[in-house]
Ligand binder design. Structure first.
Ligand code: HEM
Length: 482
């Protein structure tokens, strides 16, 4: 009897070992067959050092280019502590962007998720994300917001430009940052420039300085300081929310807080709203000024584009002056060449290089396997600079967009799918207003400067330029003689 039990146990053990081994082998060989080619680099650090050193150079995509040549447009790597599938393929990127949270969820460094908190729009998934995204997107698209924000933008742009002097350099990056922050805070919580705005601006700088820090939350660390700064900002926003509640929330929303407070589902608590106002400043704060600064840089290097842009905007200015009407948002967006300048700046500048996701299950796209738990990096920059998509991709050529569709999967500066940037109309409008006032009031000479691409895109010397105010009436007469 005992002998039989032993035989049974040994057989069971033997069989289960064989099955387990076979399964592991099958799994491994399945992965080996379908995982994209590539190398995981060194233990722990993977290929992060090479990635970062390329990212700091003026051609960050060389990391991708080298691997694309060896392994194809989709390859495996190991960056920022995770095995990662990198995609520089427009179709694969499209699939990633269109997928929902059952397939991919956003993946950010630990320090960033600590700072954003678990209810941040940038991190949440499912119905709550769709709800908040939908509410904000609809508000940003509304005519009433565009009309109101155009007036505010014009005011901030004019106020900033009125202070520009001809006897010292103007740092375009600083000027645009200041303008864009005022606009953003106005859109989010209707705060006007003043003491509270200055406090918010100061604390926000402390807050973002911890976004890419070590994830240690002890007093004195960068992350701790950032969290303290966020607390102060949240307190200010909560004060605004309370004041709105005391006054009675306006049914016609004036800002994003109103939109979320008016939400009938009552899912959104004051804490969640206040936290999200700060989190929404992360994608909104830096990107628009970078867009305006890069447009200035590219235009400075392309006189033909600058001339055509100036002529188009002068013409509109003259028309509006003759009609005695102020410019409205439709006027700004109606200028076709100005829009192509912005589109081309987005393509070449790659303000956001790509998005990171984590696979929630094994996913197969175009024959490639992305295993559950792996990160996937949809890298837009390589697609935007691929010569099979764009002739002479490193040349600033706004004219290439004249007969081209901007809604192609080869052009995704604002992402796509469920997380498509809700601020895209706002960003374009703001850049158009800035460019209009800039080119119709000034001529300039740009000093030498270089683009830095990591950790975010910016100018090494903050884009110093020397300006000369143009005599507007003389310029208009010249224009009318054309
Ligand atoms: C040139 C300017 C901008 C660029 C290039 C840009 C780009 C992007 C991209 C690529 C995403 C997708 C992220 C992902 O899929 O994970 C995104 C999301 C987002 N953007 Fe923008 N953005 C810009 C301006 C703005 C502005 C002005 C705002 C707000 C006022 C804003 C608010 C957001 C928000 C809230 C999300 C997250 C949406 C979600 O996950 O549901 N962005 N942006």
């Amino acid at each position: 009897m005992m002998d039989n039990i032993w035989i049974l146990l040994v057989t069971a053990f033997f069989l289960s070992t064989v099955i387990l081994y076979r399964n592991r082998f099958r799994l491994k060989s399945k992965f080996r067959n379908q995982l994209p080619l590539g190398t995981l680099g060194w233990p722990f650090i993977g290929e992060t050092i090479e990635f970062v050193s390329c990212a700091y150079s003026d051609r960050p995509e060389t990391f991708m280019d080298k691997r694309r040549r060896m392994y194809g447009k989709v390859f495996k790597s190991h960056i920022f502590g995770s095995p990662t599938i990198v995609s520089t393929d427009a179709e694969v990127n499209k699939f990633i962007l269109q997928s929902d949270a059952k397939v991919f969820v956003p993946s950010y460094p630990r320090s960033l998720t600590e700072l954003m908190g678990e209810s941040s729009i940038l991190l949440i998934n499912g119905s709550l994300q769709r709800r908040i995204h939908g509410l904000i997107g609809a508000f940003f698209k509304s005519q009433q917001l565009k009309a109101q924000i155009t007036r505010d933008m014009q005011k901030y742009v004019q106020e900033s430009m009125a202070n520009w002097r001809e006897d010292h350099p103007i740092f375009i990056q600083d000027e645009t940052k200041n303008i864009a922050f005022q606009v953003l805070v106005k859109v989010l919580i209707s705060l006007d420039p003043g003491e509270e705005m200055e406090l918010l601006k100061k604390q926000f700088q402390v807050f973002i300085s911890g976004l890419m820090s070590l994830p240690i939350k002890l007093p004195g660390t960068k992350l701790y300081q950032s969290l303290q700064a966020k607390k102060k900002m949240v307190k200010l926003v909560k004060k605004t929310i309370q004041a709105k509640r005391n006054r009675g929330i306006s049914e016609v929303p004036k800002d994003v807080v109103d939109v979320l407070l008016n939400d009938a589902s009552k899912q959104l608590t004051d804490d969640l709203i206040a936290d999200n106002m700060i989190d929404m400043m992360i994608p909104g704060e830096d990107s628009v000024p970078v867009l305006m600064t890069l447009a200035t840089k590219y235009l400075s290097e392309c006189p033909a584009a600058l001339q055509q842009l100036t002529e188009e905007n002068m013409k509109l200015k003259k028309l509006k002056e003759e009609l005695g009407e102020p410019l409205c948002w439709r006027d700004y967006l109606s200028l076709p060449f100005t829009q192509t300048v912005i589109t081309e700046t987005l393509r070449m500048g790659n303000v956001i290089i790509g998005v990171m996701r984590k696979a929630m299950k094994d996913v197969e796209i175009k024959g490639y396997l992305i295993p559950k738990g792996w990160c996937v990096f949809a890298y837009f920059r390589s697609v935007h600079l691929d010569e099979s998509n764009y002739d002479w991709p490193y040349q600033f050529n706004p004219w290439r967009w004249q007969d081209k569709d901007v809604s192609s999967s080869n052009f995704t500066p604002f992402g796509g799918g469920q997380r498509l940037c809700p601020g895209l109309d706002l960003a374009r409008l703001e850049a158009s207003i800035f460019l209009h006032h800039f080119v119709t009031q000034f001529r300039w000479f740009a000093e030498e400067d270089a683009i830095v691409n990591f950790p975010t895109v910016r100018m090494k010397r903050r884009m110093p330029i020397w300006v000369r105010r143009v005599d507007s009436s003389a310029a208009l007469v010249k224009e009318s003689m054309k």
